[in-house]
Design a protein around this ligand. Sequence first.
Ligand SMILES: *[C@@H]1O[C@H](CO)[C@@H](O)[C@H](O)[C@H]1NC(C)=O
Ligand SMILES: *[C@@H]1O[C@H](CO)[C@@H](O)[C@H](O)[C@H]1NC(C)=O
Ligand SMILES: *[C@@H]1O[C@H](CO)[C@@H](O)[C@H](O)[C@H]1NC(C)=O
Ligand SMILES: *[C@@H]1O[C@H](CO)[C@@H](O)[C@H](O)[C@H]1NC(C)=O
Length: 437
Amino acid sequence: MIAGKQQLQQSQLFSLKGSILTLSILTLISFTYLSFKSLRPPLPLSPATPQLTLLPFTTTSTPPSPARIFASKKENNVGEGEDDNDEDDDLITDVYHSPKLFKLNFEEMERKFKIYIYPDGDPKTFYQTPRKLTGKYASEGYFFQNIRESRFRTENPHQAHLFFIPISCHKMRGKGTSYENMTIIVQDYVDSLIAKYPYWNRTLGADHFFVTCHDVGVRATEGVPFLVKNAIRVVCSPSYDVGFIPHKDIALPQVLQPFALPAGGNDIENRFCRTSLGFWAGHRNSKIRVILARVWENDTELDISNNRISRATGHFVYQKRFYRTKFCICPGGSQVNSARIADSIHYGCVPVILSNYYDLPFNDILDWRKFAVVLRENDVYDLKKILKNISHDEFVSLHKNLVKIQKHFQWNSPPIKFDAFYMVIYELWLRHHVIKY
Ligand SMILES: *[C@@H]1O[C@H](CO)[C@@H](O)[C@H](O)[C@H]1NC(C)=O
Ligand SMILES: *[C@@H]1O[C@H](CO)[C@@H](O)[C@H](O)[C@H]1NC(C)=O
Ligand SMILES: *[C@@H]1O[C@H](CO)[C@@H](O)[C@H](O)[C@H]1NC(C)=O
Ligand SMILES: *[C@@H]1O[C@H](CO)[C@@H](O)[C@H](O)[C@H]1NC(C)=O
């Protein structure tokens, strides 16, 4: 009897173990299910980790219509059904790693995210306002301008999730400040904020961020060690050899606006368009560019020229090449990033990224392999073989996806939902979860 009872207890124990296991699996499943269904995603997307791919997605062949994308949404219909409304179709495509999570997190961000901009510093020198919205570093200017006009700004530091240090390195450079002096100016400014306000010391700057597109500007922040180590650096030069930390920092897309010509897209049905296989013209200011030019300069199918075509050359010669080409080669220059990537995207020419280890903008949200060809520098020798090996159908798919993500690489003033500004803000939103005071 006793043995029988023990057996019974044992089997009860086993079945108990079994039910705990089942229960936890069920919990996990329903948790996952709920997280897609509920208004508040329980877990933040962790930026640098691979994201869940069990999401159902449908691929739409319709080109994005701005009117639909930008139409304002009723707050409460979020995630109610699989096909709650048409305007979401544009997001439900596999150019995103996790379309549904992106949509849910994005909407939560729109409702809640608040950023405090330190009010200190004379706007007539290097602070608060951007120098200009044109040129190579326009992204910096747009960010400074956009954040003031946006719904994310708060005057109340107690409401803030993150703190913006509004010092413009672009503007300093515009005034001819030397690198050494820039470093001192940044250091003095940040030290003054640390002394005056209690916010920095709470986290040693982990909930603070600064924005600079200028590569010298990135280096100028190195005088404040915690600014590099702890604060979120939103920079245009996200190569790992300049200390970019992917899970902490944010790659700011470098965009040269205004674009000279309208966006190119969905034009491949016209067989006179995009007749050229590959194109690059630029300065040979890096090792990879020298090799690219040397290997391919006389090729009849790849249009590679080591003479930079001035953007100002009459009749937009440079820009029109992007329209005529299938694949635009984007080798790193003095910096791995360049406005060429955003140009390619805008003109509908599939970018071919030729770089070793470079954090592409919005890498954690967008699946770059769906609209770009991402290669290592060593692939330069096989470039033609690799590009010719891409079937027409694959190219059409890359090109169509490229058109879908164009809006994410465009700055506007005032900012427009899903544009470059909103994407950067979204990246900041993902990172604010890391620390909360
Ligand atoms: C750097 O700062 C020093 C001291 O303020 C000043 O004398 C010098 O002219 C500055 N140099 C540049 C290039 O800005
Ligand atoms: C923050 O800490 C630094 C270094 O300990 C100190 O000098 C500064 O006064 C502190 N700031 C505030 C507002 O207390
Ligand atoms: C390309 O052509 C030029 C002029 O004919 C020649 O000097 C150069 O060596 C050629 N380059 C290659 C890689 O064949
Ligand atoms: C060509 O494409 C096929 C399939 O798309 C792939 O398996 C193969 O490795 C590619 N070859 C080269 C040289 O890229």
